[in-house]
Design a protein around this ligand. Sequence first.
Ligand code: DQQ
Length: 494
Amino acid sequence: MTSQTLREARTYEEASEKFIKKEDRPDFHLSTRTGWLNDPNGFSYYKGEYHMFYQYHPYDSHWGPMHWGHAVSKDLLHWRYLPAALAPDEFYDRDGCFSGSAVELPDGRQLLMYTGVVKERQKNGGFSEVQTQCLAVGDGLDYEKYENNPVLDEKDLPPGSSRFDFRDPKMWKKEDGTYCCVIGSRPADGSGQILLYTSEDGFHWSFQKILASNNNRFGKMWECPDFFMLDGKAVLLTSPQDMLPQGFEYHNGNGTLCLIGDFDEETDTFTEQHNQSIDYGIDFYAPQTILTPDGRRVMIGWMQNWDTCGGHVQENLWFGQMSLPREIFIKNGRLYQKPIRELYDMRSGKVEYQSVLVSDTVNLEGMKGRKADIELSIWPEDEKNVYHKFSVRFAQNAQYQTSVSFRPKESVLKIDRKFSGSRRAVIHQRRSKVNHENGRLKLRLILDQYSVEIFVNDGEQVMTATMYTEREADGISFCADGEVRMDVVKYDLV
Ligand code: DQQ
């Protein structure tokens, strides 16, 4: 039975989306149907289509009581909205249906697990949010909340763990037909841990063990975990809150973390070997992955970040979009990412230049656009006298520009959206160390109206940023301090 709260959300979103013009949205990145979107939820392949649910506040372009929005796609690039799937309408989730995941049950129904949130009055008069894990079962369109919700609560936490920070279950089905899930939690040391739970049938869950402990190394609470095997290694993704910077690897505030190691299935033991950021740009958080029917591990993140999304304009009817789907793999012990290969099918209008000398500002005929796939290779004109700096400016007109620049002597790549229309004093630049051989570097930039995703050295690193300037700012130019040779090819993405 659809609750009144959900019916109202569904009626509202249908009416409200009509006021948002198609051309005011990104084209092949999923954006919110209306209002606000954050984390990807329930990313799954079900009944022949990809399903993406998302943290959703339909009534406002700011975060509010969390619903689950819903969209489906055949290729992860063209999305069709479905009615909102969940609303905060039960005693155990009345203050929000927070992030979660989806699996298919043996009888063909889809099972969602999400975090139910209830505000509880504290002795000091303030409120804290009690978080439990809840289920809903559906057919890909309508979902019925489980009568025995919540299925995991404070009784299922290891001693000392907080009942106020227990969220974001990511489930998967094992080959033997049983289920596992990882959940973010806060132990007594105030930082983060990832808990592992198991279930025979997807409905009855029990605590297995602490899969990974932060021990105050990477920020505090660990949100939105995902755990899977990839190229023979075990990979744990999570998004830590309250990070302190570490060199160029991690920045202050909400960040992303990828732990790579080994997993012993007999004892459910994860042994960490390597840590890194998932994305080195400004706007990426809370990614979730899926195994596609043809065996690819594909990751999509929220293409914003809590610390930097305060700059958007109040009057907008929508705010929040997902990143590109990225195929991920392990190479040299690191996480690599590439835009999903289906993007090649969207390429048209090739513009190519080879061995262009860039020593000042260079504008090339046909090099423009806000929905573009640009591949660049650069090297120094004189190997013995390497250039100081090379930049690509895009989303550019007389007033605005966003840029990526590379300083080979410091091995630093910088994304800069300071001149991209923001009227808020939030972070607009971020730097990352990158690998290069004497100034030789490869970049692939994907632009889709209001975002850029920069894939460095065939996916060794990615830097993501949004820029909400007018679409007419579509210039692309190149400039250098010193002498750079450049091969560049650009396709429109349509
Ligand atoms: N967003 C959700 C939480 C999650 C956080 C609330 C991460 O479930 O921990 O909207 O962005």
